[in-house]
Design a protein around this ligand. Structure first.
Ligand code: PMP
Length: 383
């Protein structure tokens, strides 16, 4: 038999069969009326999902391309910017802003903990010339959700823009772009949006446009002004990934049909069940409950066991892929994604596989204990 794949990494995530089918349709031209109509529909749906009336662009690039678009369009050489770093993806903001010759002030927060808003307020007070604050919504490397609403309140009082990496969060965790004063939010397709990799999304506020229009960094493919011009005719500046646009349209329909409140509640339930199971197995979670991600759960491997050994058994014997730890967390944690096209049985399958893998690597485990805890969460009986 061909191996069955149980993909539980934070992107690419499983794609619903109906979305795959939608993308199999014959190709059509991106300068056609049909594309323009679909494009318009997609933007309207994205504005609903991200709770914004801001301009939205669908970009043909990965999540990092969307991040680079944000930086290239808002950071001029010499601009002072603040990056809030609590993991690998926060670091990416610093790297990008440095590449565009920004003067980067990096505030570090212990990996596994969220951004400390008091600290942000302090730095902004001491540096009123900060032009952009870069933050991460869902820090995928640790499984922490940052308080973007709180951050938005602080940054909105200053001339600085708030730019948020929503790559792994948006669509799975509620983001109120306008209410929270998020000037630019970027995301990628292969996460909670339930698509293959290849598309990015970016929303742009009027405060951000002022900066973009006066920005002096070089840009060509990632030029938002060019994108805005093309958008006047529901066009894109360059050839877009047409099939992925078709898929995005279909995936957004699935999400809006389920209802975004239900989508968010489902992810929280999957998080709660996963965390209950991990605790029942006596393993240590990387994050505290108050900032725990609804889309990904990071777990420390037991003392003396490499997390990559657990992952190897899971993959080889059960076809289950968990993500490993990145950078300094390599071989220390594993990360279970419950993101996008994920449901209760995915969690039960993941935990049941985890129990058998733990047994195999010699960690004493009472089989079924984690599964039972997750089941109790689903049945509303977990205490
Ligand atoms: N930001 C976050 C929070 C992410 O999780 C990822 C992907 N794991 C990225 C940025 C980068 O996206 P991509 O790999 O699509 O460039």
């Amino acid at each position: 038999m061909q191996d069955k794949e149980y993909l539980m990494i934070p992107g690419p995530t499983p794609v619903p069969p109906s979305v795959m089918n939608a993308m199999a349709r014959p190709m059509f031209g991106h300068r056609s009326e049909e594309f323009a109509e679909m494009h318009k529909n997609i933007i309207g749906k994205l504005q609903k999902v991200f709770q914004t009336t801001n301009d939205i662009f669908v970009l043909t690039n990965s999540g990092t391309g969307s991040m680079e678009t944000a930086v290239a369009n808002t950071v001029s050489p010499g601009d002072k910017v603040l990056t809030l770093v609590g993991g690998k993806f926060g670091e990416r903001w610093s790297e990008l802003a440095t590449a565009y010759k920004g003067e980067v002030i990096q505030e570090d927060f212990e990996w596994g903990t969220p951004v400390d808003l008091n600290k942000v307020e302090e730095v902004l007070k001491a540096n009123p010339d900060i032009k952009v604050v870069f933050a991460t919504f869902n820090e995928t490397s640790t499984g922490v959700v940052n308080d973007i609403e709180g951050l938005g309140k602080i940054v909105a009082k200053t001339p600085a823009l708030l730019v948020v990496d929503g790559v792994s969060g948006a669509g799975g965790i509620e983001i109120k772009t306008d209410e929270w004063n998020v000037d630019i939010q970027v995301t990628g397709s292969q996460k909670a949006l339930m698509l293959p990799p290849g598309l990015g999304v970016i929303s742009v506020s009027s405060k951000a446009w002022n900066k973009i229009e006066n920005n002096s960094s070089p840009r060509y493919y990632f030029n938002l002004i060019k994108a805005r011009k093309s958008m006047e005719k529901w066009n894109t500046a360059f050839t877009p990934a047409v099939s992925l646009f078709v898929g995005l349209n279909a995936a957004l329909d699935i999400m809006l049909d389920e209802g975004m409140d239900n989508v968010y509640a489902r992810h929280k339930l999957l998080r709660d069940a996963t965390r209950a199971a991990v605790r029942a197995l006596g393993l240590k979670l990387m994050t505290e409950d108050f900032c725990a991600s609804p889309v990904i759960t990071s777990v420390y491997a037991p003392e003396g066991v490499g997390s990559d050994d657990i992952r190897k058994v899971l993959k080889q014997e059960y076809g289950i892929t968990f993500a490993g730890g990145q950078a300094k967390l390599k071989n220390k944690i594993f990360r279970i994604a419950h993101m996008g096209f994920a449901d209760k049985m995915d969690v039960l399958l993941a935990i049941s596989g985890l129990e058998m893998a733990l047994d195999k690597v010699g960690y004493p485990v009472e089989l079924g204990k984690g599964v039972k805890a997750a089941q109790e969460v689903f049945l509303g009986r977990y205490k």
